[in-house]
Design a protein around this ligand. Structure first.
Ligand SMILES: Nc1ncnc2c1ncn2[C@@H]1O[C@H](COP(=O)(O)OP(=O)(O)O)[C@@H](O)[C@H]1O
Ligand SMILES: O=C(O)[C@@H](O)C(=O)COP(=O)(O)O
Length: 414
């Protein structure tokens, strides 16, 4: 299970790359939906629980676990952000505590490392590229600003269980010693072990040492440590003809670079918070008319609607008595998606995990199958809504992908 929608397609991208047939369900699958998943090797349940109230996040995660167990899943992967997005209250710790209790497990590993995207862990410190997490642009995140980098320190206040660390020397040493270090010792109850990993070989060692663990936790990188089952498990993804749009609610550094690179090439509009507060329906109608005009002029050319071009666009506190910007933007982009779909848009790149959750829920899509990969942790997907409309959706984590992703992604839809 994944705590946001981009995280879900990120994990699925890595499983599919290892030849594991994987579907993503958007929300906890119903009994009927479960029946359609029986022949998959893996299922990722995408939740929107990263910044939800703790009790809600725990409740949804336990419901997702119950559904996965009904499906016969024997091993559970608790996927959170490779930048450990959370606060001292959660939700990484409380969710992991609940899963540990439900599964009756002892020690669970904590592995945010995803070297292909620059996330590495050394001596318990999480790095984003060359920077410590707490010194990286993640310190500016509108919802979960990360100002510390030490994973034991970050997780400890969030859990009732002990947190210890295992260093790179152990990861690269005798495999039996690694396995012993990651297993629950006699008399030890539930707890967490933060494991160093700075390259994919480290992840392979950790995956082998935890192959018998019923629960692992981390970013998606650990999935790349699985033994490959052969060719990537993507079938021929249907390409849905229709207009194209990029909807970017993320304020992350990679998204801002993608917006900057796209501005000279794509018709673009930045959301106007004041206008949205004054009359959201009129603002969405205006954006839809604008998009329609561009699609009529140049069919095939995507339009870009974005929230944050530079850090100064972030509104940390709403003016007295008004709705927070995060809610306003998520609702606006979800409404744009629905209105754009009504105007014939079928191909969307959505930037940001929370944003993707809002957009995909609004479109009503409940299940995604993966298509071509666009960057580490980012793939095109295909999904259908109950009204019969189908979409190609690329749910892009705020911090993933190169600068040309918003302009270059479309070439993969052939
Ligand atoms: N101008 C803004 N001020 C404050 N918050 C914003 C603004 N624009 C967007 N947001 C919010 O920031 C959050 C970004 O989170 P998310 O979509 O998960 O992106 P990321 O993947 O970069 O974390 C969303 O809730 C979005 O609505
Ligand atoms: O693990 C990751 O970094 C991503 O899969 C992820 O969770 C991204 O979250 P957002 O940046 O909020 O999209």
């Amino acid at each position: 299970m994944a705590d946001d929608f981009t995280g879900a397609t990120d994990l699925a991208t890595n499983w599919v790359a290892r030849g594991v047939r994987t579907s993503v369900t958007l929300g906890v699958p119903t009994e009927r939906e479960l029946a359609g998943l029986a022949d998959m090797d893996a299922v990722v349940v995408a939740l929107k629980s990263r910044t939800a109230p703790v009790a809600e996040a725990v409740g949804e995660s336990v419901a997702a676990l119950a559904a996965l167990r009904r499906l016969g899943c024997e091993r559970i992967y608790d996927k959170y952000c490779s930048t450990f997005d959370s606060t001292p209250r959660g939700n990484i710790g409380p969710v992991a505590d609940a899963l540990t209790a439900e599964l009756g497990t002892g020690t669970a590993v904590v592995v945010p490392s995803f070297p292909a995207t620059g996330r590495t862990v050394y001596r318990g410190h999480l790095f984003v590229g060359d920077q410590l997490l707490g010194e990286s642009p993640m310190r500016h995140h509108p919802l979960t600003p990360m100002t510390d980098s030490h994973l034991v320190r970050l997780l400890s206040p969030q859990t009732r269980h002990p947190v210890r660390a295992v260093g790179l020397d152990v990861v690269r040493g005798d495999p039996r010693a690694l396995r012993a270090a990651l297993d629950t010792s006699a008399g030890e109850g539930p707890g967490y072990v933060v494991v160093d990993a700075i390259d994919n070989d480290d992840l392979t060692r950790i995956a082998a040492a935890t192959a018998h663990h019923p629960l692992v936790t981390g970013g998606s990188g650990l999935a790349l440590g699985l033994p490959s089952r052969g060719a990537p498990a993507t079938g021929a993804m249907p390409v849905v003809p229709g207009h194209r749009a990029v909807l970017a609610g993320s304020a992350s550094a990679a998204t801002r670079a993608q917006i900057e690179a796209a501005l000279p090439a794509l018709p673009a509009r930045r959301l106007d918070l004041a206008a949205l507060r004054a009359d959201p329906a009129a603002e969405i109608a205006g954006l839809t008319d604008w998009a329609r005009t561009h699609w009529a002029d140049e069919p095939g050319r995507p339009v870009l609607v974005y929230a944050v071009g530079s850090l100064t666009d972030i509104e940390r506190h709403p003016p007295e008595g008004l709705r927070p910007a995060a809610e306003l933007v998520e609702d606006a982009l979800a409404d744009c998606a629905v209105a754009f779909a009504g105007a014939g848009a079928r191909q969307f790149v959505v930037a940001g995990g929370e944003t993707s959750g809002s957009v995909v829920r609004a479109l009503g899509v409940r299940r995604l199958e993966l298509g071509p990969a666009l960057a580490p942790g980012v793939s095109w997907t295909h999904g259908s809504a109950p009204d019969g409309a189908s979409y190609n959706l690329a749910l892009k984590s705020g911090n993933f992908g190169g600068p040309s992703l918003f302009t270059g992604a479309w070439g993969e839809l052939r």
